[in-house]
Write a protein that binds this ligand. Sequence first.
Ligand SMILES: Cc1ncc(COP(=O)(O)O)c(C=O)c1O
Length: 311
Amino acid sequence: MESATRAWDMAFYSIPFQPGDRILTAMSEYIGNYIAFIEVMKKTGVAVVPVPDDEFGQLDVGALASMIDDRTKLIAVTHVPTNGGLVNPAAAIGRVAREAGVPFLLDACQSVGQMPVDVREIGCTMLSVTSRKFLRGPRGVGFLYIDLDAARELEPVFLDGRAADWVAPDRYEMRPDARRFEEWESSVANRIGLGVAVDYALEIGVAEGYARIQALASDLRSGLAALPGVTVVDQGRERCGIVTFTVDGVAPSDVKLRLREQRINVNTIDPSNTLLDSEARGLGEIVRSSVHYYNSEDELTRLVEAVAALT
Ligand SMILES: Cc1ncc(COP(=O)(O)O)c(C=O)c1O
């Protein structure tokens, strides 16, 4: 697929929603996915129902289980949201989804490449991924995993000569496998780049990489939280390599610019990226630093010192 967004869209828009169906999602759901929910809600009359967070700020799995009923057509959740260190409990959500027989679409855009992700252990029906984030592959490419039984049941929203054979003037036969979700044309260079990035991540060891990411991120959170005027806004029982914070009296965009002058790259996250969560927590724009296993302890010290000098 050409991006995580298109991978997610191919899965989501292929589900034949009917008026009255319900989509259960998380408070921290991503802007691109939620806009698609609203679009389908307007077009077909589905209800989109966010499951509340638990005391750690992750999706409350008990609440999810109690909210499922025969109107529930889909559970769609982001594994690692854009605006914080949170890792949603994907395997626990998958267990609930499987027991209820409800398809589970997992947005793994920010988890694949960062942490071990096993679709069998998680039990998701569909999973969307980008190359350009923690896998560090080329931009403009991603992939969709789709469980074979689900793939056989779903008619992709777009079909072409790769997805189906044209067997009679008024008839086509779809491929029996998940490749029916692919399109004929693609960027071969990007796909090769993604393959190389995946091999590289596997060679380094994703579990080993994640252990180091978590240790580095935890040190960074402690270092930042100890600074007067700096607030770390991450939540979650399990926390990953995304570290988000604000600095009193300095706009996040200025934090970004002033750190960039020192060759330190951070990003800013607009509250609209995760509108439900931002509104519920009263978050404005925040600064995001995403550490990876290759970052050094010295780099993190330099970042903390640079932030200290801003206040
Ligand atoms: C949680 C999440 N899902 C999906 C996407 C979309 O990824 P892409 O822009 O590669 O399609 C992003 C991008 O920031 C994201 O954070």
